[in-house]
Design a protein around this ligand. Structure first.
Ligand SMILES: [Zn+2]
Length: 346
């Protein structure tokens, strides 16, 4: 039956071939002659491998291999250089081979949902045209910083994995519009979130977040999902902040940063000559009260942002957003609504 369809497709020079839901366990050799096919559907079968002859399908742009029994990305895929959409959802894949990923640089859509993938190789950075990446329902415990180099990504779905953190480099994905991180083990999002300047939808529901990173409320989000986290609750206690003693390193760093920000000539030029200092200083923060810079010593506070009033999101809840101050002196100043964080034993 399936070979009849392949034969007919060959005769008719067909551009598409649908062999989904046919209980196939292997493909006939005739596939090698289907050189004009652009769309091939092989989903809902029992395939474990693809024949080498498939590499002749040099015009193939869309391939659906979803709901089969593949344990790896079939090696022949590395010869299909025209592929733009690849579906491999609901298989048994545990490992992604870098050499296959490296040759799929024209992919725009990659769907790997519902597999057993434990890690994403750094070769993911080769997918320079990828716009939609979905790898939900896998076993990922971490993701590589190189994912931040897939610069055309607009949608990414990492739901239901085991991620404990995400790399700060993901903030380089400036085109990202939708990001799903629900039901992982995230304890916090790294600082620098304003890198996601086009983000419209963020789903972090079902993690262990206690608050959102600095400046989170300046994102132009339209949708935010965050139920099922351990967010800091708003309860007022009186407390006193003791004056901290800054280290010499912190004193020096603050001096250099301040001079540098003021573009003061001498110190600024001196630090330019020392790349290590440049790197170190690039991680500085800015006090939310006095706007002076600091390096490694700060007072961690929280402010409560109203989603509707402050962010224009259709939700009247308040969320805690991290605020960093340079000193307890700034915390003790009046006129701000930043709160220090107290852990309460229940
Ligand atoms: Zn300050």
């Amino acid at each position: 039956m399936a070979s009849d369809l392949v034969f007919r497709a060959m005769k008719a020079n067909a551009k598409s071939l649908n062999l989904s839901s046919r209980n196939l366990t292997e493909l006939s050799k005739g596939f090698g002659k289907l050189t004009r096919v652009l769309w091939l559907r092989l989903n809902n079968n029992r395939l474990t491998t693809l024949p080498v002859g498939l590499q002749c399908m040099q015009q193939l742009t869309e391939l659906n291999l979803g709901n089969n029994a593949f344990e790896e990305m079939p090696p022949v895929l590395k010869h299909l250089h025209s592929l733009k959409k690849l579906h491999l959802y609901r298989n048994q894949i545990s490992t992604l081979h870098p050499e296959v990923l490296e040759s799929l640089s024209n992919l725009i859509v990659l769907n790997l949902n519902h597999n057993k993938i434990r890690s994403i190789p750094t070769a993911i950075k080769s997918l320079s045209n990828l716009e939609r990446f979905s790898i939900a329902d896998n076993q990922l415990e971490e993701i590589p910083a190189e994912l931040g180099l897939v610069s055309k990504l607009t949608e990414m779905n990492l739901n239901r994995n085991k991620l404990r953190e995400i790399p700060q480099e993901l903030y380089k994905l400036t085109q990202l519009r939708k990001l799903s991180l629900a039901r992982n083990n995230l304890r916090e999002l790294p600082e620098g979130i304003l890198g996601w300047k086009n983000l419209k939808m963020l789903d972090v529901a079902g993690n262990h977040l206690s608050m959102f990173p600095v400046n989170f409320h300046l994102l132009e989000l339209e949708e935010l999902y965050f139920e099922g986290n351990s967010l800091v609750q708003f309860e007022l206690f009186t407390s006193t902040q003791q004056e901290e003693v800054l280290s010499l390193k912190e004193h020096a760093a603050r001096f250099i940063l301040k001079e540098h920000l003021n573009k003061s000539s001498m110190v600024s030029r001196a630090s330019l000559l020392l790349p290590d200092i440049q790197t170190m200083l690039s991680w500085f923060g800015m006090c939310a009260v006095c706007f002076e810079p600091f390096l490694t010593t700060w007072v961690e506070c929280v402010q409560f942002i109203n989603l509707r009033k402050d962010m224009g999101i259709k939700n009247s809840q308040n969320i805690p957003v991290r605020v960093l101050l340079c000193s307890s002196a700034c915390f003790n100043k009046s006129g701000h609504s930043y709160y220090s964080i107290a852990k309460v034993k229940l």
